[in-house]
Design a protein around this ligand. Sequence first.
Ligand code: FDA
Length: 388
Amino acid sequence: MPVCDVVIVGAGAAGMMCAATAGQRGRKVVLIDHATKLAEKIRISGGGRCNFTNLDARPECYLSDNPHYVKSALARYTQHDFIKLMQKHGLGFHEKTLGQLFCDDGSQAIIDMLKAEVDAGGTLWRMGTAVLAVRQCEGGFEVETAAETWQCQSLVVASGGLSIPQIGATAWGYELAKQFGLSVLPTSAALVPLTFQPQDLWTELAGVALDDVEVSSGKGRFREAILLTHRGVSGPAILQISSYWQPGQPITINLLPDVDVAEWLANSSREAHLLTVLSEKLPRSFAQALITRWGQNLPLKQYSPKQLASLTPALQQWQMVPSGTVGYKKAEVTRGGVDTRGLDSKTMAARAVPGLYFIGEVVDVTGWLGGYNFQWAWSSGYAAGSAA
Ligand code: FDA
């Protein structure tokens, strides 16, 4: 039986970072992935430009049942460490907005960089290889594939979450965690568009964007753009809030976050029609649809004070209960996963199973939109690669 120090299952963002780190420490590493194409999720990320980290990455930007878990790994391998790696490889990058860093040369350049780092550690690649079984044995694990069975001291699970099954996402990592007695928290699609009940749809406005709104639900609150769709609503602020939203809960949208609506209307011409006034601050088609739902388009002087006062909640506390999300097919990430309470936050190792590690998205750690999820993949991959 061939022997190595570390088997890593999943050659995505976290798996490659882990392989590079462990291999360059002198560990003999085998990197297994059932996909034939390397790191498809990195390739499609950030619209092909990979939003590879965020200048503002910090523990508060991550959701987990155990929020302190991310602290150690994020502190030991920071966004600046990944930037240094980019610079070492001569890769340019730019900040788009809100600290989000994108690769000037596109996502493939990041994949090539990580592949070069993995190769520098002498890792053996096993792409297009499914793992058939994992058994615990003396001193570690046996990892069986169709072609061979590896014996290793350390097994790192980097098989990702459930989003985008069409490019190879599987529940394998969760099943393996359960096989070894670890707890797996319920999973759901996150960073995902929300769907509305038929009566709440604004189908006639599909494609209309509102550039600066505040969306809140539960403990989440984000101020960015939203986009009306045929099925509900999307756009960055909605993707962000989807990670906080629980089925059955409302979301609240403030369409004019900085505006004192009462004062604005009081200072507007009494002769002006409501549509003209609302169109000063909202797309005209949206203002029109809003008025149709709210009442009539009249000169301001024809509304009673009570009617005008009711515009404030209509504009600033637009509330509805989404019917659901568009699901894993369109979700950027998976919320939930392997319960971090069973893992060591310094090494990512399972406390109860010596030599077993979980990194990246398979773990119950979900970052905000904007490069935070890759940063978690790099940081957790580095932590496990330094220990395994
Ligand atoms: P990842 O999914 O990268 O890798 C898992 C690997 O495991 C895959 O190669 C898969 O084939 C393999 N695998 C799965 N099951 C297996 C099995 N049974 N046997 C063998 N191998 C198996 N994040 C961000 O920070 N910035 C961004 O710009 C984007 N953009 C973005 C766009 C889109 C469309 C999506 C879907 C996602 C993003 N993300 C993102 C999220 C980001 O891609 C994600 O968080 C990381 O890729 C997670 O890294 P992992 O290594 O954990 O999983």
